[in-house]
Design a protein around this ligand. Structure first.
Ligand SMILES: [Zn+2]
Ligand SMILES: [Zn+2]
Ligand SMILES: [Zn+2]
Length: 141
């Protein structure tokens, strides 16, 4: 089967014209159906945005510095994907700020800042006391 070998007339997915010489569009064009020869040639010439791996860009700002320049967010940030360096630094700064006080009782946190468990539905760091309270709550429920 040749590239433009189809005899049956089909309508082109791009220009909608009926054509007997259609071919399958390339996967990266993201088209359904077939395209006519003219459109095929046009599409071949057009530069297409490469399909990027969603892992390859910063989840916060969408920058695509390339896989080597992306940082894996810390587990407690609850982010899926990767961060570019500026966003990572920003996030870390905010995180350090968050670590200063307990999100529940606002007590000053020292080095013992612990990130609340996901299942507690608490975002941020909590003090030892609040940790205990949360933990006992979990046991009773
Ligand atoms: Zn066409
Ligand atoms: Zn970013
Ligand atoms: Zn607390």
């Amino acid at each position: 089967m040749g590239l433009f070998g189809s005899k049956k007339s089909q309508s082109c997915a791009v220009c909608k014209k009926e054509s007997s010489s259609t071919s399958k569009p390339k996967k990266e064009w993201n088209l359904k159906g077939v395209v006519c020869t003219d459109c095929f040639v046009k599409l071949m010439k057009k530069p297409h945005p490469k399909i990027t791996n969603p892992d390859d860009k910063c989840v916060t700002c969408g920058a695509e510095p390339g896989g080597l320049y992306l940082w894996k967010p810390k587990k407690q940030w609850d982010l899926k994907g990767w961060l570019c360096e500026p966003c990572y630094n920003e996030k870390e700064k905010a995180d350090n700020e968050l670590k200063k006080n307990c999100v529940l009782c606002n007590a000053k946190l020292g080095f013992i800042a612990r990130h609340a468990k996901k299942e507690w539905n608490v975002k941020g760091y909590i003090c030892k006391d609040c940790w205990k309270i949360q933990e006992s709550k979990m046991k009773t429920s």
